[in-house]
Each structure stands twice: as structure tokens, then as C-alpha cells.
Design a protein around this ligand. Structure first.
Ligand code: PLP
Length: 385
């Protein structure tokens, strides 16, 4: 046992693999329920795109969260995990017909609609099936989140959502359609947001939009503010839980809800990032001309975030207590970007040592690929070991 890892048990498992600390996952879910539960009308959904491991999903479902899906496959995975259809919301700029039909058949809580073209298709398919689709419009609030350019979504230049100036007109079009029911407004400004000021800016924007709609006597049943709360990738040991109190309190303080209105959240990363680690074995230690490399058996096919977003993950040698040395930790894939960390301080590392790449529970296992004809990494929870 080193730190929180059952290293002895790990020895029997083929590397690389994902390990999910379910005690931490459950503690995270308790904190979410506790902090959100202080405020009336707050409903938290889990954004399943962050991690769809069935055992992880099951624990999240048991905690009572709803689900936020961005594809038909995700709707299926949520239903299989036990999420009630009435707690499923479905967003995405490009919903295909079978995905819309699946949502209609299952009578999900809400389609978050991103264009008039899509609204027309939903109305038509719902009519054919004798159903009424509950719909919200995803509005692009033009609020910039201070995060990586590839994960901001709420700026005018992004492909997501409907422009604010079109909001009233699309609502009126929806209200004139027979097979859709307009129930809410949806927003999502980006991911890995740690500055509460960004969420505050979204609240102010939503307050303005609600005032504008009120003048037209348009009633909105629910507001969905998306996800985006970040985690501390630098200090997974010291700060294992995101600041859910500050997050929910910001919305409670600044967003003016109307009587009876519910406020929906779609948290992904904040729920699962810290409980997951990618466990990999050191294959070789190679002395370069200017540095030494720890070559491990995991690669960007198992965890793509460092290659895709230049994301930082804390890396630990969980097999060694020897004096610290500095390594570039790299994978075996034939791409120069297949690097988990440069100039990483690790306890002196030898062939066979297990390395933990931390905070990998979100956008890790689910983004794995078979590039280089590699095997997909498996995921284990504490109870499996
Ligand atoms: C990705 C996404 C989320 C979750 O984002 P996190 O940063 O992981 O919390 C929520 N809502 C929508 C619409 C998304 O696309």
C-alpha cells in the first residue's frame, strides 16, 4: 500500500489499466448532494461523456444524480446503468434521427436543441411517433471562460448553441409547433473552470435574458447552466474534492430563479476526475543525451489529454521510495506528442515499477483508442481488487 493505492493487488493486473477509488467517488457525490441540496430546486445531472464505465455510472446513478447525454449511445448506457429516463437530458449539435427517436421513445426529460433545423426534425419525428418532445434551447451566452481554447464553448465563435438575438424568435417558432413543448433554456460555457467569476458572468447574462422574456410573457420552467467546474490537477492528494460549496453558492446568490423554476447542472469532470488514475508499468529507463526517459506501457491511446490539450497530470512512482530523480515520462506510441510529462520528479524508477497518472477519471478511459492496434485499457474499481 503506497498512499491510497493497493499496490500489492495491482501486481496481478495487466497494465495499463484505470483504477477508480470508489471511496473518493462516493465522498464526492455526497459533497455534491449536500451542497446542492441546500438550495431549493437545484437538480444535478452527471455528464456521462466524462466517463461511462458501467461500474462508475452505477455508483453515480445510486447517488440519485440525473444524466446529461450527448449521443444516443450515451442515452442507452445511462438507461442500462439504471438512470430514470425522466432524469436524462440530451444535448448535441448533430443529433441523428435514430438518436432523436430513441430519446422520444424513452420519454427523456428534455432535448437541448441547438438549431431551428434540428427543432423541425424533432417536431416531425415526434409527430410520427405520436409523442410530444420536451425541448430547451441551448443559448450561446457569449461568456468567455478562462480555460483552454479547445474547451471553451460559450463564445460567439463556437459552433454550439443559438445566438442570443435569435432567442425570442426560436421560442416563438417552437410554441407554434404541435409536437414540441418548450420547457427551458440551456447554457454551457466550457470546462475546467476554476474562476467563479465566469459562472457569475453566466448568471448575470441569464438574469438579463429572463427579464427580456418576461416582458414578452414567456415562461421558462427550467434553467440549465451546464457543467464546467474544474478540479485541482496539481494537487490531487491535498485537494481531492472540487469546491462544490463555492460553485452552488455562486448560482444561489446570483441567479434569480422565478417561483417554481428548477435549476439544472451538468457536472462531468468535477464528479469523476480525481477518483481515477491510469496505472502503468515502467518498461525501460533510457538515458538520453540531456535527460532520462521513463518509458511506460501506457500511451496517448490510453490517456490522450496531455497530447490533445497539453493537459497536466500529476505522476507518481507508486513502487519506489528511493531518492527523487527527474524523468520525461513517455509512452510507446509512434507520435512525438506521446508524452505524459516532461521533467517529472519521481522516486528513482526501474523497469517494472508501477506509475500512477493521477486525476485521470474524466476524459480518460472514455477517450481511449485502438491506434497502433493497441488493446483498450480496462477499468477496475476498488471493489474489484
Ligand atoms: C461536456 C459537457 C458538460 C460537462 O462538462 P464538464 O466540464 O465535464 O463538467 C456539460 N454539459 C454539456 C452540454 C457538455 O457538452
Amino acid at each position: 500500500m503506497k498512499g491510497k493505492f493497493p499496490v500489492d493487488r495491482f501486481q496481478e493486473i495487466e497494465t495499463p489499466f484505470y483504477y477508480y477509488d470508489t471511496a473518493l467517488l462516493r465522498e464526492t457525490l455526497q459533497s455534491i448532494n449536500h451542497e446542492a441540496g441546500k438550495h431549493e430546486g437545484f437538480c444535478v445531472h452527471y455528464a456521462i461523456k466524462a466517463n461511462a464505465n458501467p461500474k462508475v455510472l452505477n455508483i453515480i446513478c445510486q447517488a440519485g444524480l440525473g444524466a446529461d447525454c450527448v449521443s444516443g449511445g450515451e442515452i442507452q448506457a445511462c438507461i442500462e446503468a439504471g438512470f430514470p429516463s425522466r432524469k436524462i437530458v440530451y444535448a448535441g449539435v448533430g443529433k441523428s434521427d435514430w438518436e432523436i427517436r430513441l430519446g422520444l421513445k424513452r420519454e427523456i426529460f428534455c432535448f437541448n436543441v441547438e438549431s431551428i433545423a434540428e427543432l423541425e426534425v424533432i417536431n416531425q419525428l415526434a409527430g410520427e411517433m405520436g409523442k410530444t418532445a420536451r425541448i430547451a434551447f441551448r443559448i450561446n451566452p457569449d461568456v468567455g471562460a478562462h480555460t483552454h481554447a479547445k474547451i471553451t464553448t460559450g463564445l460567439a465563435e463556437n459552433k454550439f448553441g443559438i445566438a442570443m438575438r435569435d432567442m425570442e424568435s426560436v421560442i416563438e417558432q417552437a410554441q407554434a409547433m404541435q409536437h414540441v413543448k418548450f420547457v427551458g433554456l440551456h447554457f454551457h460555457i466550457g470546462s475546467q473552470i476554476l474562476n467563479m467569476g465566469d459562472f457569475a458572468a453566466l448568471c448575470n447574462r441569464i438574469n438579463d435574458l429572463q427579464k427580456q422574456l418576461e416582458r414578452k410573457k414567456i415562461v421558462v420552467e427550467n434553467i440549465n447552466v451546464g457543467g464546467g467546474l474544474g478540479v485541482d490537477y496539481e494537487h490531487p492528494n491535498r485537494v481531492p474534492l472540487p469546491d462544490f460549496k463555492a460553485y452552488f453558492d455562486t448560482y444561489a446568490r446570483l441567479l434569480r430563479l422565478r417561483p417554481g423554476q428548477t435549476l439544472h447542472f451538468e457536472l462531468g469532470r468535477a464528479v469523476v476526475a480525481q477518483c481515477g488514475s491510469l496505472i502503468t508499468r515502467t518498461l525501460y529507463v533510457k538515458q538520453g543525451t540531456a535527460k532520462q526517459f521513463a518509458i511506460v506501457d501506457a500511451g496517448m491511446t490510453d490517456l490522450i489529454r496531455p497530447a490533445l490539450y497539453q493537459a497536466y497530470h500529476k505522476i507518481e512512482n507508486i513502487s519506489s521510495d528511493d531518492a527523487i530523480q527527474t524523468y520525461d515520462v513517455v509512452g510507446p506510441i509512434c507520435e512525438s506528442s506521446d508524452v505524459f510529462g516532461k521533467s517529472v520528479d519521481l522516486n528513482a524508477t526501474r523497469r517494472g515499477d508501477l506509475i500512477a497518472i493521477r486525476s485521470a477519471g474524466a476524459y480518460g478511459e472514455i477517450m481511449a483508442s485502438r491506434y497502433n492496434c493497441r488493446k483498450m485499457p480496462l477499468g477496475y474499481i476498488t471493489e474489484d481488487l
